[in-house]
Design a protein around this ligand. Structure first.
Ligand code: ADP
Ligand code: MG
Length: 246
């Protein structure tokens, strides 16, 4: 579903990602772990076409974005990739002046040009799926952080993505609201959704991910089975990281 080859990304002189090679199969749930500043968000943003690649290529379900593409080609491919990937951010990024339902169906109306009745039907089903049907007409300011994040997940699902990308989806939530969001993500995993999740929730990574990728300083330091990784990381860098996360 996702093939990343020789990916490098720099901001000016700062090399944030260096020769990243990752392959993710359809239906896989991959947790990306690593200290702050290691390039995790940048990696997700590259997959979603939000960053221009410095070197290498990323293929998402057959759509290839290559660093060597012309600007015109890049714009075209990025547009395609965006439609096929759903992204959920730490800060929920909902439209404050739209209700929960309006947030969820926005892209269906504007990008997919769907008629309103059909979009509302899909939107309501998605809100039901995350347990928020009764909140459909509320504005984000009247929802808890956990509820806002579940609306954001519904909104990303509305486009029927091939891949869901999560960038620390629970990091700005009060502790008691974390589980309601993780439960929704776990349900998606059970349904076979391909997902890449940047997270600091180690228990969640161990229990839900099929694979963990540990990054530091812009490189993949270690990857493998979560149970094995948490029981005995192979590198000193990962050992140190896990100790700090305890
Ligand atoms: P992580 O998500 O693992 O904390 P990031 O991908 O956010 O790491 O950032 C990796 C590095 O890239 C950091 O040093 C950060 O300051 C830098 N960085 C990220 N985005 C930009 C940007 N748009 N311009 C300049 N530097 C950036
Ligand atoms: Mg980040």
């Amino acid at each position: 579903m996702i093939t990343i080859k020789g990916l490098a990304k720099s901001f000016g002189k700062l090399e944030v990602l260096k020769d990243i090679n990752i392959e993710i199969q359809a239906g896989e749930v991959v947790a990306i772990l690593g200290p702050s500043g290691s390039g995790k968000s940048t990696l997700l943003r590259c997959i979603n076409g939000l960053e221009e690649l410095t070197k290498g290529s990323i293929e998402v379900n057959g759509i290839v974005i290559d660093a060597s593409h012309s600007k015109k080609e890049r714009v075209k491919k990025v547009r395609e990739v965006r439609v096929h990937t759903g992204m959920v951010f730490q800060q929920f990024n909902l439209y404050p002046h739209k209700t929960a339902l309006e947030n969820v169906i926005e892209a269906l109306l504007t990008v997919k040009k769907m008629d309103k009745t059909q979009a509302v039907k899909i939107g309501e089903d998605l809100l039901k799926r995350v347990g928020l049907f009764e909140k459909r007409d509320e504005y984000p300011s009247r929802l808890s952080g956990g509820q806002q994040q579940r609306v954001a997940i519904s909104r990303a699902l509305a486009m029927d993505p091939d891949v869901m990308l999560f960038d620390e989806p629970t990091s700005s939530l009060d502790p008691e609201l974390v589980d309601e969001v993780l439960n929704v993500i776990q349900e998606l995993a059970k349904e076979g959704m391909t997902m890449v999740i940047v997270t600091h929730e180690m228990n969640f990574a161990r229990d839900v991910a099929g694979r963990v990728i540990f990054m530091a300083d812009g490189v993949v330091v270690e990857e493998g089975n979560p149970k094995e990784f948490f029981a005995g990381p192979k590198t000193e860098r990962a050992r140190k990281f896990l100790k700090m996360e305890e």
